[in-house]
Design a protein around this ligand. Sequence first.
Ligand code: FAD
Length: 257
Amino acid sequence: MPAFEYLCEVKSFRMLTPTVFEIAFDAKSPPPPEATPEKVSPPYAFEAGQFISVIIPGAGPKGRDLRRAYSIASAPETRPVELCVKLVEGGPGTNYLYTLRPGDVFRGFAPYGDFVFEPKAGRHACFIATGTGIAPFRSMILSESYQMAKPLSTTCLLGVRDENELLYVDEFDSLPWVKWVTAVSRPADPSWNPKHGFRGRVTDYFRAQGDDFPWLETEYYLCGAGPMIDEIKQILAGRGVLKESIHQEVYYKTPTK
Ligand SMILES: Cc1cc2nc3c(=O)[nH]c(=O)nc-3n(C[C@H](O)[C@H](O)[C@H](O)COP(=O)(O)OP(=O)(O)OC[C@H]3O[C@@H](n4cnc5c(N)ncnc54)[C@H](O)[C@@H]3O)c2cc1C
């Protein structure tokens, strides 16, 4: 599916955690230039796991526009479309999106990306995210195509620093067919011990898994911080997992702090 330009009208804005916000929008084609009506964008559509490239007006050198990628966090069948964005201190993209409120319009090009769920018969699916890296997995797991694909089992891991940064906990808790694991590396409350919680990083969780984990029968999807993805890949390689079974989307290479 080629990418087209869209005008995205914000329908809602809410904080999901102290530093992560959700923007929901409806997208429509910009009005065509008089001479080229064939440039009208088709109705907004995407595959679960794909992203939109948002235009950040005037934020680049010499007042040029910048672009930032955001995975769609909602299923392809639902509207409005949802993004889940981590507010980065001093970051032009996130600070622009953070100012938007219902009725505001931003521009973007979509859909982009090939980080989509590839159904494979007789395989388990394991989704591993840090922070807002959960966005494409939420889209995949809630999508109709994923429900049809029926992997042998679905495990979804979300790693965050402290429990206040956990995302979509109640929603994932309500999906009985997902094994949902939240990995918290530095709990703010030392007695933090929820139902599906693991103390430590997602990488620690994997190191703690034994030979009964279906290492070689699983397709792995990794999204978020580059260092986490590299470390998980090393652990999986140590377990003999083939590269073909590992799918990844790197949001950024190095953390800010
Ligand atoms: C395919 C793709 C999809 C993406 N989807 C999302 C998404 O759904 N939600 C989202 O919040 N971000 C997402 N990102 C990251 C996003 O594109 C921007 O890089 C990010 O929002 C920072 O942009 P900025 O202009 O505010 O700050 P910048 O000045 O561009 O970034 C500053 C620094 O912030 C850190 N950083 C970037 N992204 C994150 C993050 N998500 N969490 C913590 N630290 C970060 C990095 O260290 C980066 O170098 C995605 C990136 C890619 C490549």
